[in-house]
Design a protein around this ligand. Structure first.
Ligand SMILES: [Zn+2]
Length: 431
């Protein structure tokens, strides 16, 4: 039994539904036993409950739950920062040529190793990851994540049209590829790239996999870019909107996570909410690719679930705190503005993602019994953040969390634990 003593923040309740959903312990304690949370609360109380526990004094720093990234592409780690494109020309000119390089399994293994190291270094302990178009490369990702000890959900990316020839698979071969990866790795996710690159035969294969394996997860993209939406309408003339394409093949339900949904209509939002689908909102990517502004207020009104994704490499990096800040900034100037609170930003980066992936019983906050997945932030001496937090003193916990989300970056992350085991320590090189 170990007690970590530091300021601790988490959101065991949904701050979009409840006021005071932020659980804050300025002199807090997290008691860990066998990789799980035994208790989280005020230091004095937790210490009294576990008088024999060893105490690690981490005061001067801040403990948050490990972040949950609900949309990120492993083959795109080396093309982050390709600015000046919109979705379809970015895919064609920059992204898909890089994804084609993962046909070389040695190259793919090196990328996978960089990728999981970067997740850990940024405090992300759970992620829903777009794999590669190549099965050996996707296997390399699963292996790297397992070795690192991260909770990675992923799958072979499926396409049989609209992308360069070397990235296409025949639907039957895709089916066999998925089944053989599913046999080898847990947390498999059926992952067609998007409706634009999947024929009806390919989407039928996806539906068959979901029918044959109850509980299997599904992910893809939806309503990201206007040109994409128009093209999908042309390719599937029978569909009433983009979502209807996925509905037709039985791909939509509580285990589905769809990235973006910037241009969804009200009826799509209503159906997404009714089906319990989660949207992965990726604000830096949406801005970087000029895709549009996520209609967050409409999602809230419709009761549609959403969490955050970095969408590397369309997004600007692995930082989930940066992503939450970008969501805050963009929503301030949205056509229908929303003011996200620090508690909502923390929730979106942690517990909302766990709910999207159906692992809220395991991670996302510090309720007793959950895995000890955590980020320990300690602002460097002399940093602006350090000065702001010192000045904030004992002001409201919201103010502290707001300052952390505005100013903390990977340089502030000193340690990351997954089930109580360190998966990152700052003295280790990021890569
Ligand atoms: Zn994406």
């Amino acid at each position: 039994m170990t007690i970590l003593r530091a300021a601790i923040f988490h959101t065991p309740r949904n701050p979009f539904r409840e006021a005071k959903a932020l659980a804050a312990h300025p002199d807090g304690a997290l008691a860990l036993d066998g990789g799980r949370v035994a208790a989280c609360g005020e230091y004095a109380e937790v210490r009294a409950a576990f008088p024999d526990a060893e105490v690690r004094d981490l005061r001067g720093g801040y403990i948050l739950p490990g972040f949950v990234d609900t949309h990120i592409h492993f083959p795109q780690v080396r093309i982050i920062g390709g600015l000046g494109y919109t979705l379809l020309d970015w895919l064609e000119q920059l992204t898909l040529p890089e994804e084609a390089r993962l046909a070389d399994t040695a190259y793919a293994s090196a990328v996978a190793s960089e990728f999981v190291s970067s997740l850990a270094a940024h405090g992300t302990t759970t992620a829903l990851v777009f794999g590669s178009h190549f099965a050996p490369a996707t296997a390399a990702l699963f292996e790297a994540a397992e070795k690192r000890g991260l909770r990675v959900f992923s799958g072979l990316v499926l396409s049989d049209r609209s992308v360069r020839a070397e990235l296409r698979q025949q639907p039957e071969a895709a089916y066999r590829g998925c089944v053989s990866l599913m046999d080898r790795f847990r947390r498999y996710v059926v992952t067609p790239r998007f409706a634009l690159s999947a024929s009806e035969a390919m989407l039928e294969i996806c539906g068959a996999l979901l029918r044959e394996h109850p509980g299997l997860r599904f992910t893809t993209h939806i309503n990201e870019n206007r040109q994409e939406v128009e093209e999908v309408a042309r390719l599937f003339p029978w569909s009433r909107d983009y979502l209807n394409v996925y509905e037709r093949f039985g791909l939509i339900g509580r285990n589905s996570v769809l990235a973006h949904n910037i241009h969804g209509n009200d009826d799509e939002l209503r159906r997404l909410a009714a089906a319990g689908v989660s949207i992965a909102h990726c604000p830096t990517s949406n801005a970087a690719l000029g895709s549009g502004i996520f209609p967050l207020a409409r999602h809230l009104r419709a009761g549609a679930r959403f969490a955050l994704g970095t969408d590397v490499g369309g997004g600007t990096g692995f930082g989930m705190m940066k992503e939450a800040l970008q969501a805050y900034l963009i929503q301030r100037v949205a056509a229908e503005p929303e003011i996200l609170t620090p508690a909502q930003m923390l929730y979106l980066a942690t517990r909302a993602g766990a709910e999207a992936l159906g692992v809220e019983g395991e991670t996302g906050d510090f309720a007793a019994g959950k895995c000890a997945d955590l980020v320990y932030l300690r602002p460097p001496e002399g940093s602006v953040l350090k000065g702001v937090l010192r000045h904030a003193g004992d002001q409201s916990p919201e103010r502290t969390v707001g300052a952390l989300f505005t100013l903390a970056d990977a340089a502030c992350i000193e340690e990351v634990q997954m089930s109580g085991r360190a998966v990152f320590q700052s003295r280790e090189a990021i890569n």
